[in-house]
Design a protein around this ligand. Structure first.
Ligand code: SF4
Length: 336
């Protein structure tokens, strides 16, 4: 596997906003009002059977142990859940679903949405947030506000935790896992849209490490034992309006999960909840336990909201992230 990432970061941000027809594509919905057509999909593409509630095309799912590590590092503000709509019950049942020919009712009703579930427990990933940042990928002259991984340095388009213990395994396995699943990689999408050579050598077809099927439960795919606790949270997840307290509930369940089972450790749940909500009612900027991630993310959202049409230089990240303690990135000239 050999990739050319310089000046790209296409797998670390949502660059669909740079596509001319993105607005039309994003607005395309079906009769249920929740299907957004992916502008990368061709006319003959098949809609996924379970759509995420969020609109992140490059979501990075974390394992239970990685979630715990981010909590230990005081970086819970980097994390967010992903829920899915249950498979549309109007669809034709798949042959493996039921011998009776009727589709099983797999979802749980929360906030007016039918959420995908296992054994009556809503399922979800925990991944990395993407606050808006001014970035200029693909050698663009002008930056644009794009949803960008909380750990991406907008000035170099490099990952701030690349050499760190917190670097997600999923990021290290990209694009191998995507290729192993027989899907188009972000590298190829960038090549198609803006040219250049990104995927230089694709020779991986081993699905090891994908954590598929039942082994994913409690390890990467988490199951909430109390659906009622997600009331309000699901609605705000669908509206991209989650609060810190909203995110804390599923993150605590993920941290308390047990790989390969539906079991939740109440001890770890309580411990994680305490870590997640620490300092919530105080001046969070003044607490000593909070990392740079939370204040920087809040700052990005505020600046983007207030900026209107204006887009600042990516160098403003020095003040927003760097001065708050974000690790520096080496730049591309420093590579061997
Ligand atoms: S953690 Fe690093 S490599 Fe992974 S998506 Fe974020 S910036 Fe990219």
């Amino acid at each position: 596997m050999e990739v050319n990432c310089e000046g790209c970061a296409g797998c670390c941000l949502d660059w669909r906003g740079l596509l001319a027809d993105e607005a039309d594509a994003r607005d395309a919905v079906d009769g249920d009002g929740h299907r957004r057509r992916d502008p990368f999909e061709g006319e003959d593409s098949v809609e996924p059977s379970r759509e995420p509630l969020d609109d992140d095309p490059t979501f990075v799912p974390l394992t239970r142990d990685e979630v715990r590590a981010f909590l230990e590092a005081g970086m819970a503000d980097a994390l967010t859940p992903r829920f899915w709509h249950a498979r549309d019950e109007r669809e034709e049942p798949r042959s493996s679903d039921s011998s009776s020919g009727e589709a099983p009712r797999e979802g749980v009703e929360i906030d007016g949405h039918t959420i995908a579930a296992i054994a009556g427990r809503p399922v979800f990933f925990i991944g990395l947030r993407k606050p808006p940042k001014p970035v200029a990928p693909f050698d663009r002259d002008e930056p644009a506000w794009l949803p960008t991984c909380v750990f991406l340095d907008p000035t170099t388009l490099q990952c701030r935790i690349h050499e760190d213990d917190l670097f997600p395994a999923e990021c290290g396995a990209y694009p191998e896992h995507t290729l192993a699943l027989g899907q188009e990689t972000e590298c190829e999408r960038v090549e198609s849209a803006v040219g250049g050579d990104r995927l230089l050598a694709a020779d991986h077809d081993d699905p090891d490490g994908l954590l598929l099927g039942s082994q994913a439960i409690g390890a990467k795919l988490f199951c909430h034992p109390r659906p009622a606790a997600l009331e309000g949270i699901v609605e705000r997840a669908a509206a991209d309006d989650l609060t810190r307290r909203d995110r804390a509930e599923p993150i605590a369940v993920a941290a308390a999960s047990s790989p390969g089972t539906l079991a939740i450790s109440e001890y770890h749940y309580e411990q994680a909840t305490a870590q997640l909500l620490e300092g919530e009612d105080t001046d969070v900027e003044a607490t000593t336990t909070e990392s740079w991630v939370g204040p920087a993310s809040r700052d990005w959202y505020e600046r983007c909201r207030e900026a209107g049409e204006a887009v600042p230089s990516p160098a403003v990240a020095d003040a927003i992230e760097g001065e708050r303690g974000a690790p520096e990135t080496p730049g591309w000239d420093a590579r061997e």
